[in-house]
Design a binder for this molecule. Sequence first.
Ligand SMILES: [Zn+2]
Length: 147
Amino acid sequence: MFIDRVEVSFDAAHRLLGYDGKCASPHGHTYRAELFVGRAHLDDLGLAIDFGEIKRPLKRWIDAHWDHAFLLNDRDDLLIEALQVIPESKLYCFPGLNPSAEVMAQTLSCVMRAQLGDSLLRVRIWEAGQYADYVLQEGNTDEGEHI
Ligand SMILES: [Zn+2]
């Protein structure tokens, strides 16, 4: 199997509702979203998949929903109310869940699977030097390695 990976960076703010520590305070990160797509065969051009076919829909969705947005648990009433006072605020709410890297990876995998289909293997969200993966299909995603 061939595995292609694309990434998109974006800036967003969040906080973890109910967290006992500094992540309870609103703060921001430069995030990185990575998609891993697998194909068994190459096309006539020698490509498993055109990187642009993966990156365009990823970037379009990130730009529309998460870039320069505040990522929120929809139960975070106080912060949502405070941000709604600012007309320029861009809010993205997760239903009943905190905007952790894990939740973001799962959410993005649902969105991108609808666009990319079964070939989407894994979604990775980098936050402050760490990452969380959501795995749709088991596969070896080590770069440069063949299965
Ligand atoms: Zn954070």
